[in-house]
Write a protein that binds this ligand. Structure first.
Ligand code: 5GP
Length: 209
């Protein structure tokens, strides 16, 4: 998939639980209409306030397995005992029509996307330090102590992958982090590799007088 200036960008955002991904992404989506959020499928139980079709499509394991067989996912992974997948459905249409698609996925899924779609831009979001991460995770109050410890353990493992990403954004304030991501996307769209079409059209579209 070779993108051009007019095509959207596939933007992958990963970060350990507690890095504030959802808040930062909400900030982007509500302020920049050229961005769409790809709603994933999961087999985990909904947390309080989570809405089917908005935060996730909540499905059971049988249904999940069926969708894998039907080749419905761009990528899929297991995380902390639950299954997650990125539905292919509308993503390619959004990109072709110039919308940037945000995937909020964990590191193994991100690596899969990078190998399938080298034009994707991978951003790793981090909280300022480990204590903040732990505090944010506990404040959420939606998980048992056992689950929190499991997520912290995974977070340590996920940190090891940050150098495989294209950009690192530290989430001190969600608005600032969102602004930095918007800047990354703007800059990425100016890359030469995404603008070959500009060069091809250069001599044809100018004033001929
Ligand atoms: P949570 O259960 O906290 O909503 O998500 C757990 C982890 O799964 C997070 O790191 C989140 O980014 C990741 N995740 C959410 N959807 C997907 C998906 O479709 N694919 C993959 N690989 N990871 C996902």
């Amino acid at each position: 998939m070779q993108t051009t200036m007019n095509e959207g960008l596939l933007v992958v955002i990963s970060g350990p639980a507690g890095s504030g991904k959802s808040t930062v992404i909400n900030n982007i989506i509500s302020n920049a209409s050229e961005f769409v959020y790809s709603v994933s499928v999961t087999t985990r139980e909904p947390r309080e306030g989570e809405i089917h079709g908005k935060h996730y499509y909540f499905i059971d394991v049988d249904n999940y397995k069926k969708r894998i067989e039907l080749d419905d996912f761009l990528e899929y992974e297991e995380y902390a005992g639950n299954y997650y997948g990125t539905p292919k459905s509308d993503i390619m249409n959004h990109l072709a029509e110039g919308r940037n698609v945000i995937l909020e996925i964990e590191v193994k899924g991100a690596m899969n996307i990078k190998s399938k779609y080298p034009d994707a831009v991978l951003i790793f979001l981090l909280p300022p330090d480990y204590r903040t991460l732990e505090k944010r995770l506990r404040k959420r109050g939606s998980e048992s102590e056992e689950k929190i410890l499991k997520r912290l353990e995974i977070a340590k493992w996920e940190f090891e992958y940050y150098y495989k990403y294209d950009y690192l954004v530290v989430n001190n304030h969600p608005e600032t982090a969102a602004g930095e991501i918007l800047n990354i996307v703007k800059t990425e769209k100016l890359r030469i590799k995404r603008n070959n079409i500009f060069y091809e059209n250069f001599y044809n579209l100018g004033d001929k007088t």
